[in-house]
Design a binder for this molecule. Structure first.
Ligand SMILES: [Zn+2]
Length: 688
């Protein structure tokens, strides 16, 4: 369970079909149209200069709503594909990655013994999967049912957790935030089947409907597994989960790097969280004998232990069986798979249709053995020129951030010096890992989908355990090259950009540089500035969580961030549903700062020359179009509600609107007082 402090450019969704150890694994099916069509080799892939001007809505003024102005035409004419809960440029590229990965897997599948091909084949043999029904998970269910007491049950739960089934608490290995040269075992709240505690607790008509549907879903899964009295048993499991949710911290609380750093010894678990057989659990998880553990949400772990103590063993068994069925439903016969999708895909996310099978198969194998595919992917689809160009862009944006830090008026000189040292110590990773993962110890069998998924999860977990006591693997990547995303990892002081995000509309060597700086340049700036956002700033140049700012710096910074919280709190993407400014603060800071430094880097790249006028647009206009183009997105209401409750990123629409904080945007588009997005200069938030 890596603490959620690794910050990405958007919430990853394509890989969520693969069962993860620490999180519930809702299969939010995602898919859409085919790949981006190839055009004339010398022209940008999109529009005349890299942005689709035809997708604008010029009946809206930029100052009213820059997202609607730049993207409104596209929004009006583009339906969300039936198998998507939201749709935009990220998804277009996800589809391209899926298509490309499929061509690799199709070739691999022709060679029996090729692991990724065998894994993919085991997923694609739908007839065989259907014929087996629930048989592949029957041994897991029987083992749970056979337990005579809670201690025995917890041992079984831990075994299953190592195979990708969600547990009561999340367990994982990561760097110690206060001693980032060592790995530690981290534990945190987990165990609920809905996306957030609010889904259980908040008074809201839509959420109440979802709660009812969720209980019906739990009952249906029990029935499919041949269990009697399903409705009563599902209600008991729901009540137990509600107890867990009540103990959970909010997502805003869980963002806090200081509050989530708590050292517990093995003895502390028994003393501080009584009622749960910790010793047996730790043994079965393979994490005994550690000098201490890091607990992210102590009171939640205490509360979860109490729920466990107060719940009868038969309800706990049902709870654990349902965890198995949910985690493995995508790999069982279609009755399980469709029931699971009907709830997690349709009810919870508004997606009418499930993704076609091959896309789910590609996502599953990519999630399990991504680097085995990544090597071929990079050789085929990531030209060395793209890596070189991205290297330059990253250097330029880091230089622009340095310039901003040097010129900052509110930061104490001694803090500034340390901030510049941190920036100088950055490790950018671009495209793909220098060394690739070794999967030779992982057993994959053609006809055994559930076994493959279970072994792949166990392989991953065991690999993490083996890190304990070893030096930090600084070459490790937490995303595959085929991923349309990027991340900042504070304990490594690194920014990471997978190969697949270095494509249009983010980055096109044939596009006007202004669009590239507004696109991938701002994404790079976003990740860089995560290391200086409200949480990332707490880590020093060695990736250590420590207090290196003066109290005055912290106080001044908080004035800016409070203003940004207020600005985003005011947005209401759905009636009655506001953005949570506190939950999205880190991402909003990163968007604002990223766009600011990318703009500086763009101007520096002009070398004192005037940017050309292209199709009647200035360089600055094209820069902001580049940003708007990246966030061209639309949502189904249920998915948007889920994002507002649980996603630390603001929706794409409001991410675009951060331009209203930037003075050059006003000059570029002539936004005027009285227009909806207009902010008086004193109300524009400027941090860096
Ligand atoms: Zn981010």
């Amino acid at each position: 369970m890596r603490k959620s402090i690794v910050t990405v450019i958007l919430l990853a969704s394509a890989a969520s079909a693969f069962a993860q150890t620490s999180a519930p694994s809702p299969t939010l099916a995602k898919a859409a149209k085919g790949p981006v069509a190839a055009k004339d080799a010398n022209k940008p892939q999109i529009g005349d200069f890299g942005f689709d001007m035809a997708g604008r809505d010029t009946s809206v003024t930029p100052g009213t709503d820059f997202f609607d102005y730049a993207n409104g035409g596209w929004v009006k004419t583009t339906p969300i594909p039936a198998d998507r809960s939201s749709y935009g440029m990220f998804h277009v590229l996800q589809d391209l990655s899926l298509e490309r990965t499929r061509t690799i897997l199709d070739v691999s599948a022709k060679t029996p013994g090729d692991k990724v091909g065998d894994f993919y084949t085991s997923f694609m043999d739908e007839a065989a999967v259907n014929a087996k029904g629930a048989t592949p998970v029957k041994p897991m269910l029987s083992a749970l049912k056979a337990t005579k007491d809670k201690t025995a049950l917890v041992t079984e739960i831990a075994k299953l957790q190592r195979q990708g089934v969600g547990g009561l608490v999340g367990v994982g290995v990561s760097q110690d935030d206060k001693d980032p040269t060592t790995y530690v075992v981290q534990l945190g709240q987990s165990g609920i089947g809905l996306p957030d505690r609010d889904y259980y607790l908040k008074v809201d008509a839509k959420l109440a409907t979802i709660r009812t549907a969720y209980q019906a879903y739990l009952a249906r899964m029990l029935t499919l597994a041949g269990e009697p009295n399903a409705a009563t048993r599902a209600a008991a499991v729901f009540n137990m989960e509600k107890g867990l949710a009540t103990a959970h911290w909010t997502r805003i609380e869980s963002r806090d790097a200081d509050k989530t750093y708590n050292k517990w010894t093995a003895a502390d678990f028994a003393a501080k969280a009584p009622g749960f057989p910790w010793a047996q659990y730790m043994t079965a998880m393979g994490v005994t004998g550690r000098p201490f553990y890091l607990v992210a949400q102590p009171s939640a772990v205490t509360g979860e232990a109490k729920v466990f103590a107060d719940t009868p063993v038969n309800v706990l068994q049902d709870y654990a069986m349902l965890k198995v069925l949910r985690s493995y439903a995508p790999y069982l016969s279609s009755d399980f798979d469709k029931t699971n999708f009907a709830f997690y895909g349709t009810t919870l996310s508004g997606t009418p249709e499930q993704q076609v099978r091959w896309k789910r198969g590609v996502s599953t194998v990519s999630g399990a053995m991504g680097e085995a595919i990544g090597q071929q992917y990079v050789a085929k689809y990531f030209p060395p020129a793209s890596k070189a160009a991205a290297d330059d862009l990253v250097k330029n944006v880091i230089a622009a951030m340095g310039e901003r830090l040097r010129n900052l008026e509110w930061m104490a000189p001694e803090t500034k010096t340390k901030a510049l040292a941190k920036l100088a110590a950055f490790t950018p990773k671009i495209g793909y890992p220098d060394k690739w993962r070794d999967y030779s110890a992982l057993q994959i069998q053609r006809g055994d989908l559930v076994g493959n998924v279970a072994r792949a999860n166990a392989f991953e977990y065991d690999r993490d355990l083996k890190k304990l006591g070893q030096p930090i693997d600084r070459a490790e990547w937490f995303m595959t090259p085929m991923t349309i995303n990027a991340y900042a990892n504070p304990t490594m002081n690194e920014v990471v950009f997978p190969a697949a995000i270095l494509q249009p509309p983010f980055f096109d060597p044939k596009a006007d540089p202004a669009v590239n700086y507004g696109g991938i340049g701002a994404v790079i700036g976003h990740e860089i500035s995560h290391h200086f956002d409200d949480q990332g700033r707490k880590y020093d140049l060695n990736g250590k969580l420590t207090d290196w700012w003066t109290p005055q710096d912290v106080a001044r910074f908080k004035v800016f961030t409070d203003a940004l919280v207020k600005q985003y709190d005011a947005y209401e993407p759905l009636p009655g549903q506001h953005i949570q400014g506190g939950l999205t603060l880190g991402e909003n800071i990163a968007d604002l700062a990223g766009l600011t430094v990318a703009y500086d880097a763009y101007h520096k790249s002009l070398g004192g020359k005037q940017a050309p006028i292209i199709d009647g647009t200035t360089g600055d206009q094209r820069f902001y179009y580049g940003w708007a183009g990246v966030w061209r997105t639309k949502w189904r209401d249920a998915a948007l509600q889920q994002a507002l409750l649980s996603d630390p990123h603001s929706p794409g629409h409001q991410r675009v609107l951060t331009v209203r904080n930037l003075d050059p945007w006003y000059a570029a588009f002539g936004a005027k007082p009285g227009e909806a997005s207009y902010l008086a200069p004193a109300n524009r938030v400027r941090i860096w």
